[in-house]
Design a binder for this molecule. Sequence first.
Ligand code: ADP
Length: 367
Amino acid sequence: MVGVDQVLEKLSTVIDPDLKKDIVSMGMIKDLELNDNNLKFTLELTTPACPFNVEIEDDVRKAIGELKELKNFDMKVTAKVMEGRSLDADTSMATVKNIIGVASGKGGVGKSTVSLNLALALQQTGAKVGLLDADIYGPSIPLMLGMKSGHMEVEDNKLQPAKYNGLQVVSFGFFAEQSHQAAIYRGPIISGILKQFLVDTNWSDLDYLIVDLPPGTGDIPLTLAQTIPITGILVVTTPQDVASNVAVKAISMFEKLNVPIIGVVENMSHFICPSCNDKHYIFGDGGAQKISEQFKIPFLGEIPLNSGIMSGSDLGKPIMITSPDSPSAIAFRTSAKNIAAQCSILAAKMQDEMKSAETPEDTPKTN
Ligand code: ADP
C-alpha cells in the first residue's frame, strides 16, 4: 500500500524551474487525499501565467507514475498568485498582490503600448489585472482602449476603476476637464494625484496592477518608488534607446532607491517580414540583452515593430484583442509569462527574507 510519505517524496523531486525549489516545500500541493491506493490532490501554481506550467504538470505525472501500486490518480491544476509585496506593511492597498511599475528612459519607446498589451496578456491567462495610467502629463491609455472621459465614478469616497473586458483601468485621461491642465502641475500636486489613484481606488482583488509611468526619472516614478511597497519595475527600451544610454539612467535611479528591477523588455526590436517571416533587426541587435547583462537584470522579451500595433492603438483596438494569434501578440504573451515568473521569484525571495527575519527570540522555548 502506498503511503503519503512516499507520495510526498516523489513529488519533492519535482523542481519549479523558476523558483529552483521543489513543489512540496513551496506549498504547491494542496488537498492531498490517499485512500486505498487512490490518490487525489491539487497542484497550485504560483501564477496562471507560469511559463513552465505544462512542464511542471508533466514532471508531476511522471513522478507519480513511478508509484506502480497506485490504482487511480486524479490531479487538479489551479493557480494562486503569490504576494510580491508586503501586504502587512501596506494596509492601504491590501487587495493588490503585485504592483509592477513600467518605466522607460525617454518617451515614444512604446511604454504605454507595452503596459496595456502586457496587462491584457496577463489577464488572458486568467489573472485579475488592473492598469493605472500614471502618465499624468500625457495619458494615452483611454485612447488606446477607445474609452472616452467619464468612465470612472466615485462611490464612498473611493474611485471606481473603469472596466475594459474585465481589466480595471484608472487614468487621468478620464478626467477630460482637468487633464489638459496637467502640464502645469508640479511636484506635490502630481505626487498627490498619483497617491490618490493608488490608494483611494477601489481595486478589487488584483493579482497584478500594472502602473504605466511617465518616461524618465521625475516626480511620478519617484513617488511610486517611495509611497508604497511595490513588486518591482519593468524597463521598456528600444534598440535606439539603448544606444543613447537613457534607459540606464532610469535603471540606476530605481536601483538607488532599492526598488527591485523585474527585468527589461525591448520594444520595436525587429521587423518580421510578412512574406518570408524572417526577423530583421533594423536598428541593431542585442541592445536590451546588453543592458540585462550589464545590470544583471533579466531580459524578458522582444516585441516586433508592427504597423498593426500602431493603427490598433490609434483606433482603440489593442492587438491582444484584435489579433491574439499574431506574432506581436505571441511576443507580448511570452513577455507577460516571463514577467509573472519574475514576480513569483521576487515573492519567494521576500517570503524567505521574512522567515529569516523571524529572530530566534520570537520562537517559543521548548524546555
Ligand atoms: P510611450 O508610452 O513610450 O510614449 P507609446 O506607447 O505611446 O509610447 O508609443 C509611441 C508610438 O509608437 C505609438 O504611436 C504606438 O502606437 C507606436 N508603437 C509602440 N510600439 C510599437 C510597435 N511594437 N510597433 C509599431 N508601433 C508601435
